[in-house]
Design a protein around this ligand. Structure first.
Ligand code: SF4
Length: 219
């Protein structure tokens, strides 16, 4: 049994796999508390699902690219991921905040794709997680992997240096995702292009991809 705050089929709205149809299993709980978080991952409106129920849902909706395990932070549920992956015939796409490296090591063989955030302290208002991210990428590299950075106009040059160095070290694509607030971009287009160029000046594998599902008004 696992606590799921949302189970649905839609399109991936973020990152390089944008537009692919996926099953989303949004698991409850998170180890972080980002200032810009707009996801309801609490247990108040959650539903308990058995592995069988989730596998049946996947069988009935199998015209998808993959099953996104998202949250909250899905790596808080490693026992579930191990059990679910034994029976799931679809590729598993892990959407994670990229900090729980020990938990990742425990389930690394269960997933095919990893979308890992790099958290920017000036934007999240959380403590820096650079060491955690580095240990995370040590374990994740070798999988189909990319890094995603949610940014606003507080993103600073020291953080840009750290982010680009980290992606360079692991030779992974860096996806810049401008922060949204109340359905609109929370960064001006001039600032967005400025940040893109600042990152591109340090590393070439950088792409700017906003949250497309929000522009389409799709969940
Ligand atoms: S890691 Fe993601 S789910 Fe957790 S608080 Fe931050 S934005 Fe929200």
């Amino acid at each position: 049994m696992v606590k799921v705050s949302e189970l649905f089929t839609s399109i991936q709205g973020e990152g390089p796999y944008v537009g692919y149809k996926q099953i989303f299993i949004r698991l409850c709980g998170c180890n972080l508390n980002c200032a810009y978080c707009d996801t309801d991952f609490g247990i108040q409106n959650s539903h308990d699902y058995t592995i069988d129920e989730l596998i049946n849902y996947c069988k009935l909706n199998n015209d998808v690219h993959s099953v996104s395990l998202t949250g909250g932070e899905p790596l808080l549920h490693t026992d579930f991921i191990k059990e679910f992956s034994k029976y799931c015939k679809l590729p598993i796409y892990l959407e994670t905040n990229g900090t729980l490296y020990k938990q990742l090591a425990d389930i690394i063989d269960c997933v095919s794709y990893i979308s890992a955030d790099i958290k920017i302290p000036s934007c999240t208002k959380n403590l820096p997680m650079w060491d955690e991210h580095e240990k995370f990428f040590d374990i994740a590299s070798g999988k189909i992997l990319f890094a995603k950075v949610v940014f606003n106009n507080e993103f600073n040059s020291n953080e840009i240096e750290k982010v680009t160095n980290l992606c360079k070290k692991y030779d992974i694509e860096l996806i810049l995702q401008p922060q949204m607030k109340s359905g609109a971009l929370n960064v001006t287009s001039t600032e967005i292009l400025k940040y893109l160029d600042l990152c591109l000046n340090k590393y070439k594998k950088v792409r700017l991809i906003p949250q497309v599902h929000k522009f389409l008004n799709i969940i």
